[in-house]
Design a protein around this ligand. Structure first.
Ligand code: MRU
Length: 363
């Protein structure tokens, strides 16, 4: 099953806010509905945000293919979530193609292009899976016991169109008979690990254990993790990695414990215009995600419960930046490389010249 697909002039998605309790499909007919779905995290994960935005523009081109209408839709979609660079990447690619076509061609072209972006994402993640698989194969052969993998947030197929990024090598390994066991950090405050990664792994039959985020450090310290592997929402041209809040602490603990820390990186998640991680825009979300917790009661009702005193202020940055020096290697669709300007430019020489410090683009 995929996370997004065209359906009779509209787009359908898995509504991830309903998981793990209900597999609910939602139909989106307008760019406004796509923007709402991204902002409300019905679709989330950097690659899927990019694919959803592309379909949002395809829907815009179907409703009104004029330049002002497309620009308005692109601005609306771009404003939904600031950190995943895939959003601006997909919108720029769609806008360049749509605006260079005649108005009467744009509706058809939009869906074709969005479909291409979605298919490319699947192919990229499949290739990341193949490159990462070699790491687990070697470890399994050497250790002769299940490979212990720690991950954070959800970088599985739900975060992409299919396969996932960090989990793609896990699925590949499992499918070819390599024994793996995944430690899944719950990922406060929105708990994508507990709700989405656990759901995915359980459906696939991959053995896993859920843990609170702060248990990851001691677990690595005790030698119970062979690999830490995460995804990214934006990696700079110098290999600095923005990912879900908590990733930096995991990378620090991994370094201190001698655990290799890998980042699965599809090339549309690379921001070639930025060098320093400090330039990455970090999304700050509603304080109520920290002061409250959401879940489902045993009788099937969705509940939001307060955790802190009413007057508690709360700070809720959704992402952090891990410096390149803490990253063992980046796993891209073209293979592994060092988290550095040289490493990335070696795999993607066509972008090396554009890797300069710039402000993030806006519509
Ligand atoms: O806030 P989210 O759930 O969209 O954050 C998702 C992540 O942090 C993932 O690790 C990231 O997008 C890479 S996923 C393939």
């Amino acid at each position: 099953m995929r996370t997004i697909w065209p359906a009779g002039g509209a787009v359908e998605i898995i509504d991830q806010t309903r998981l793990p309790f209900e597999l609910s499909i939602r139909r989106l007919e307008t760019p406004e509905k796509v923007a709402e779905a991204i902002a409300a995290m019905r679709v989330r994960g950097a690659p899927l945000i990019g694919a959803a935005a592309a379909y949002g523009l395809a829907l815009a081109a179907r409703c009104d293919p004029s330049r002002p209408a497309l620009e308005k839709a692109a601005a609306l979609l771009f404003a939904t979530r600031p950190t995943a660079v895939n959003l601006g990447w997909a919108l720029e690619r769609m806008m360049a193609a749509l605006l260079s076509a005649r108005e009467e061609e744009r509706a058809l072209l939009g869906f074709r292009l969005a479909g291409e972006i979605a298919e490319e994402d699947v192919a990229i993640n499949r290739a990341i899976g193949a490159h990462g698989l070699a790491l687990f194969e070697k470890a399994f052969a050497e250790k002769g016991r299940p490979v212990e993998i720690l991950t954070h947030c959800n970088a599985g197929w739900l975060a992409t169109v299919d396969w996932g990024t960090a989990l793609a090598p896990v699925y590949r390994a499992f499918d070819v008979g390599i024994k793996v066991h995944v430690w899944v950090g719950e990922t406060r405050p929105r708990n994508q690990g507990a709700s989405l990664t656990a759901w995915e792994l359980a459906r696939h039959g991959v053995p896993f254990t859920l843990l609170v985020d702060s248990a990851a450090g001691p677990l690595m310290r005790e030698g119970r993790v062979d690999f830490a592997i995460v995804g990214t929402d934006r990696t700079t041209a110098e290999g600095e990695v923005a990912n879900k809040i908590g990733t930096y602490m995991m990378a620090l603990a991994a370094r201190d414990s001698g655990v290799p820390f890998y980042v699965a990186l599809p090339s549309p998640s690379i921001d070639w215009a930025l060098a320093k991680g400090a330039s990455i825009p970090i999304e700050c979300r509603d304080a109520r995600e920290v002061t409250h917790i959401e879940g489902w009661s045993e009788d099937g009702r969705r509940l939001r419960l307060r955790l802190s005193p009413e007057e508690s202020p709360a700070f809720n940055p959704a992402f952090d930046v891990t410096p390149a020096r803490l990253v063992t290697a980046l796993i891209t669709e073209r293979g592994l490389c060092a988290a550095s300007r040289e490493g990335l430019a070696g795999l993607f020489p066509e972008h090396a010249a554009s890797a300069r410090e710039e402000a993030a683009g806006t519509f």
